[in-house]
Design a protein around this ligand. Structure first.
Ligand code: TXA
Ligand code: MG
Length: 356
């Protein structure tokens, strides 16, 4: 049985949080909001509890979990030989959407790190996540609270769609503010590598670690051993997804042609794009009578990329639910959160990327 507990992130009900924290301490599973996406938490030092995470998600055991702390003061409890630069990064970005890969402390069970000698650590800033972990008074291992190969959950409905009945408590704290997972920075390699772009940009990291490199692109696979989890087939929609990257005029011209061809061949089409792209597409599709046979989802705007990040996983889930056969997505090229959006869409496209 899954208990859903509503908690206002602005004024967290401490009594309800205390109950959820007790479930965590006792080896139970608690899904909770963070500033990035919802996490599926378990007591990180309890190997049996951690095993339940993998079971609940249907997650391969080779994919390591991130350990969440209430404060940087707990870092030495889970990581070993913490370099000075980790403290500088923590001072700059914690609490927040940055995960640091460090040498692991022997106390962290192998189940958490998938047998690696390193551990991913992060101090989330979301008030509910923070209070919950502080009250549990243990490190909390938490992957995103979705079934394996589904988009990460950005609201409680997504968590329940994937995990109802298999977790003990789900905390409903409303939609998550960032909507994409944390940036993962590996400090155990030289130069430090961004294994997954996310809420904190490479440019921001370089202010503190000038030689940090981007290591997440699929094309970089040969250059360095990627994060094990990043190699796995990630979110993959049932439909075939093609990603178009570029300026609105070029992108929509290419997309309109491909959409027309797909509609003519009789398949159901879904489009996920910023508002500007949908506006530019509408007359082109209407002209050939394809307008009504295409499901469109607005994914933010080109002006507000934070909004696009927040919309991404929700709109991907919604298009999946429409049962379309092919999906066309568009995104502007860019740094920061745009790099993270393109990373997630490129994985979903499994390499079908058109640069215009
Ligand atoms: O924003 C986030 O990071 C969210 C919230 C809940 O904190 N969590 C999240 O966890 O996205 P998950 O499990 O979906 O993705 C974590 C990824 C793994 O797939 C793996 O690639 C990488 O982090 N990772 C974890 N530990 C690692 C390690 N020791 N070495 C390399 N990569 C690691
Ligand atoms: Mg995940």
């Amino acid at each position: 049985m899954t208990r859903v507990v509503r908690i206002d992130p602005q004024r967290p009900d401490l009594e309800r949080l205390r109950e959820a924290a007790a479930v965590l301490r006792d080896g139970g599973l608690v899904a909770f909001p963070t500033e990035t996406v919802y996490g599926l938490g378990a007591h990180a030092l309890n190997a049996t509890a951690v095993a339940r995470i993998f079971e609940a998600k249907g997650r391969p055991a080779i994919d390591p979990l991130i350990v969440h702390l209430a404060s940087v003061d707990q870092l030495e409890a889970v990581a070993h030989a913490v370099p000075h630069v980790a403290r500088e990064l923590a001072a700059a970005f914690w609490p927040g959407a940055l995960t640091l890969i460090l040498e692991k402390h022997s106390i962290v069970p192998e189940a958490v790190t998938a047998g690696l000698r390193t551990v991913g650590v992060r101090v989330p800033s979301h008030p509910i996540a923070h209070e919950l972990i502080a009250m549990a008074a243990v490190p909390v291992a938490a992957p995103s609270a979705n079934r394996f190969s589904r988009p990460s959950p950005t609201c409680v409905e997504h968590v329940l769609a994937d995990l109802d009945g298999v977790v003990d408590v789900v905390i409903d704290g409303g939609p998550t503010p960032i909507g994409l997972e944390s940036t993962i920075l590996d400090l155990t390699v030289a130069p430090p590598l961004v294994r997954r772009p996310g809420g904190v940009s490479l440019a921001e990291i370089r202010r503190i670690v000038p030689d940090a490199q981007s290591g997440s692109a699929l094309a970089d696979r040969d250059r360095a051993q990627p994060s094990p989890g990043q190699l796995l087939r990630h979110y993959a929609p049932r439909a075939t997804l093609t990603l178009y990257i570029g300026a609105v005029a070029m992108v929509t011209e290419r997309m309109a042609n491909d959409i027309r061809r797909a509609v003519a061949s009789g398949v159901r089409v879904g489009v996920l794009a910023p508002e500007e792209d949908l506006l530019a597409l509408a007359p082109r599709l209407a002209a050939v009578g394809a307008g009504g046979r295409v499901v469109t989802m607005r994914c933010g705007t080109r002006r507000d990329r934070d909004e696009a990040a927040r919309d991404l996983f929700r709109t991907l889930r919604a298009l999946d639910a429409e049962g379309v056969d092919v999906m066309f997505a568009s995104a502007p090229a860019g740094e920061g959160i745009d790099a993270a959006i393109i990373d997630r869409l490129t994985r979903a496209a499994e390499g079908r990327v058109v640069h215009t």
